[in-house]
Design a protein around this ligand. Structure first.
Ligand code: ATP
Ligand code: MG
Length: 244
């Protein structure tokens, strides 16, 4: 069983899930933890931005009961690509605990699940396979709505004593403190979610350039603002002491 299993979810698209998932994976790998990114997105962006071939067999193959070979990015980091097969009927009909079962025998130090936008079923597989969840939102009201839906599902799972994550944090993504909207948003989150840990990833061009260059952020620019923020987010992911 892999020690840390961290899902990155938002329900909403384009808020920075994949950047955060691949970023924390890069941070953990730089700490010499053996990390596997499990891409649950039919777009397969995680494999792409990490520099892997997004068309190789990956998560869909795993979910159909086989054992695809993860793509090695470096000595410590590997990825199972997503892909359009994740939309296949058979996968959309799977029992929500199937992914948790499929990864139970993995011996990586950490698994990072990159959830897709919009697809609640694929996201649910990750929420039940993870021990910790990073719920991502940017300052847009629709993003907050998506994050609230994920939080509701996490709380419902916990109340019903289902498998899955026991702890979660909100990540404010693409924060630019020069923007009034972002400053007000940070304040509103603090007031509305006083009991949920809040983390932040600031807007940083280096993060998007690293993605475009298909290089993990800790290789591309480990001293960038984005890397600094992702180090703190990754540390929350492996600090199970913060559990209440
Ligand atoms: N903190 C950031 N600073 C600058 N650019 C960012 C940041 N986070 C994400 N981006 C950029 O925003 C775009 C969307 O980010 P990303 O793909 O991580 O979002 P996503 O939530 O995974 O999207 P999708 O819902 O399509 O999967 C990308 O071009 C990425 O490089
Ligand atoms: Mg994504």
């Amino acid at each position: 069983m892999s020690s840390y299993r961290i899902a990155v979810a938002a329900r909403k698209g384009g808020v920075g899930k994949t950047t955060i998932a691949c970023g924390i994976a890069s941070v953990l790998a730089s700490k010499k933890l053996r990390v596997l990114v499990i891409d649950l997105d039919p777009q397969s962006n995680a494999a792409f931005i990490l520099g892997g071939d997004p068309t190789q067999p990956g998560t869909a193959t795993l979910l159909s009961g086989q054992s695809p070979q993860p793509l090695a990015i470096d000595d410590y980091l590997a990825v199972l690509p997503g892909g359009p097969e994740l939309m296949n009927h058979a996968i959309q009909q799977l029992h929500p605990e199937e992914l948790a079962d499929a990864v139970a025998s993995f011996t990586y130090d950490a698994l990072v699940f990159d959830c897709p936008p919009g697809n609640e079923h694929l996201e649910r597989l990750a929420l039940l396979a993870a021990t910790s969840v990073l719920v991502v939102t940017d300052a847009h009201p629709l993003a907050l709505l998506g994050a609230e839906r994920v939080l509701e599902e996490l709380m419902r799972n916990q109340q019903k004593k289902r498998k899955g994550a026991a702890r979660w944090a909100l990540v404010q993504s693409r924060i630019d403190s020069r923007r009034t909207m972002d400053r007000e948003f940070e304040q509103a989150l603090a007031e509305n979610f006083p009991n949920i840990e809040r983390l932040r990833v600031r807007q940083d061009t280096q993060l998007s350039l690293a993605g475009a260059d298909r290089t993990p952020i800790m290789t591309y620019d480990p001293k960038s603002r984005g890397a600094t923020d992702l180090i703190a987010v990754a540390e929350w992911g492996i600090d199970e002491q913060t559990e209440e």
